[in-house]
Write a protein that binds this ligand. Structure first.
Ligand code: SF4
Length: 381
C-alpha cells in the first residue's frame, strides 16, 4: 500500500534558544569492550571484507567503515572491489540491493539490520507503479513517457524503469539524466521523490504548471485525462521523511541570527526551502562546497544531522561555523537501526560462515535493474 505524503511538520523554534543546544546531538559512548570486539573480528577478515558506510550513518558505526560516500559512490566502491569476498553495508536496504547488483554473484552483501529501510523508497511500491502505468496507457501513449527513478528506490522499481526504456538518477546527476529523458520522450515519470524531480525540472526551466504530482491512492493519480495529457512531468507522490522537516522559515531565522550566513540544502528538501537557499546539491556537493569555502564563513545545512555535525567538526579548525538548518535533531531513523551491536553480530555470524543478513536481488530483477544502471553510467560518463 502506498504511503501518503505528509504535510510539512510545524515545529516551534524559540529564537532565544542557544544555537549549540539545537544543532548537536549527543550519542551514547560505545563501550570499550564492544569496540575492541568489533575491531578484533574485523581484523580476522583482512582485505576479504570491505565495510561501506553512508554519510548519514551514526558516528559510532561509521568509524568502522573502510570507505564512506553517498549511495552511488558506495555502490561504485563495491563494484570496483576486486579482493573482497564479503561486503558489509552500513547504510539502508536499497543501497545494499544496488551493491548486490554491482558485485559478482558470489560476493554476499550483508546489511547488519534487515529493518534498516528507507521511508522514501517504500513510498514507491512496484504494484502501485505498474498500476499507474496501466492507467496512463488508457490516457496517453506510454511509449512517449520515459520513467526515471532516483537511486533511492527498490530494485523492483529500478527494474521497471530499465524494462520500460528509462534509467536511474542520483542527486548529483539528476540534471543530466532528466535532460536525457526529455530528449527521448514527451513526458517524464519520476519516482519516488517528488522534491528532487520538481527542484531539478524547475532548474531546467520547466514551469511548475507543467508538473503534476501522481497520487497512487487516487484514480489516474488524482487528475483528469486532460491534465495528464498536458503535463510534461509526472512526479510520484513520495518524499524523504528527514528532508521534509526543513521549512523555509528556518532559513529566515538563520539569516536573522547570523548575517551573511550561507544556506546550503539537499534537493530532497521542498521547493520552498530550495528557493530560499544559496546553494543546492547532493551530499558530496555539500561536503565539497563547505570544505572549500573561505575560513571564517558560516553555514546552515539542510540535510541529515550526522553528516552536518561531522562536517562541522572537520572544518572547525578553519574557523568555519556549521549548523543544522532545522532547530532539532533530524536524523535518518531507519539508517540509525544499524548499531555497533548489530555490526558485531553480523561479524560474529560471518566468522561462523553465516550471513546475517544477506541482501539478494533475484536474477530477473537484476537483469533490467542493471540495464537501467548501465544506461545511467553511459549518459553520465
Ligand atoms: S535520509 Fe531519507 S532518503 Fe535517505 S535513507 Fe533516510 S529516509 Fe531514505
Amino acid at each position: 500500500m502506498a504511503i501518503k505524503t505528509a504535510e510539512p511538520l510545524q515545529v516551534r523554534w524559540n529564537p532565544e534558544q542557544p544555537i549549540a543546544d539545537v544543532t548537536r546531538m549527543d550519542e551514547p559512548a560505545i563501550p570499550p569492550e564492544l569496540l575492541e570486539e568489533i575491531e578484533e573480528l574485523r581484523e580476522k577478515f583482512g582485505r576479504e571484507l570491505v565495510l561501506l558506510g553512508h554519510h548519514y550513518q551514526r558516528d559510532e558505526v561509521i568509524r568502522f567503515a573502510d570507505k564512506r560516500g553517498d549511495s552511488l559512490a558506495l555502490s561504485q566502491f563495491a563494484a570496483a572491489e576486486k579482493d573482497a569476498k564479503y561486503v558489509i553495508f552500513l547504510g539502508v536496504h536499497f543501497m545494499a540491493e544496488t551493491a548486490d547488483m554491482l558485485t559478482p554473484p558470489d560476493v554476499p552483501v550483508i546489511l547488519p539490520d534487515h529493518r534498516a529501510g528507507c521511508t522514501m523508497a517504500d513510498m514507491a511500491d512496484i504494484d502501485d507503479i505498474e498500476d499507474a502505468w496501466e492507467q496512463l496507457a488508457d490516457i496517453c501513449d506510454t511509449s512517449e513517457i520515459v520513467p526515471v527513478t532516483y537511486i533511492n528506490s527498490t530494485a523492483d522499481v529500478k527494474s521497471f524503469v530499465g524494462e520500460h526504456g528509462g534509467t536511474i538518477c542520483t542527486s548529483s546527476n539528476a540534471h543530466k539524466i532528466i535532460r536525457w529523458a526529455l530528449a527521448r520522450g514527451e513526458k517524464l515519470f519520476f519516482f519516488p521523490d517528488q522534491h528532487l524531480g520538481r527542484n531539478t525540472c524547475y532548474d531546467l526551466d520547466i514551469p511548475l504548471a507543467q508538473m503534476s504530482v501522481w497520487d497512487p491512492e487516487e484514480p489516474a493519480g488524482g487528475h483528469s485525462p486532460e491534465k495528464i495529457r498536458s503535463s510534461r512531468i509526472l512526479l510520484w507522490r513520495g518524499h524523504c521523511s528527514v528532508h521534509q522537516h526543513f521549512q523555509p522559515r528556518h532559513a529566515d531565522i538563520w539569516r536573522e541570527r547570523i548575517p551573511g550566513i550561507n544556506i546550503i540544502v539537499h534537493p530532497e528538501c521542498s521547493f520552498e526551502v530550495v528557493q530560499k537557499a544559496d546553494y543546492v546539491g547532493s551530499t558530496s556537493h555539500i561536503i565539497r562546497t563547505v570544505s572549500e569555502a573561505p575560513p571564517g564563513t558560516s553555514w546552515a545545512v539542510g540535510t541529515e544531522n550526522h553528516l552536518v555535525n561531522r562536517l562541522g567538526e572537520d572544518v572547525s579548525a578553519e574557523g568555519k561555523q556549521v549548523h543544522s538548518l532545522a532547530p532539532y535533531a533530524c536524523l535518518c531513523s531507519t539508517m540509525f537501526r544499524i548499531s555497533p551491536e548489530s555490526l558485531r553480530d553480523s561479524l560474529r555470524a560471518l566468522l561462523d560462515g553465516k550471513f546475517r543478513y544477506r541482501i539478494r536481488v533475484d536474477e530477473e530483477t537484476k537483469h533490467y535493474a542493471n540495464l537501467a544502471l548501465e544506461r545511467m553510467f553511459e549518459i553520465t560518463c
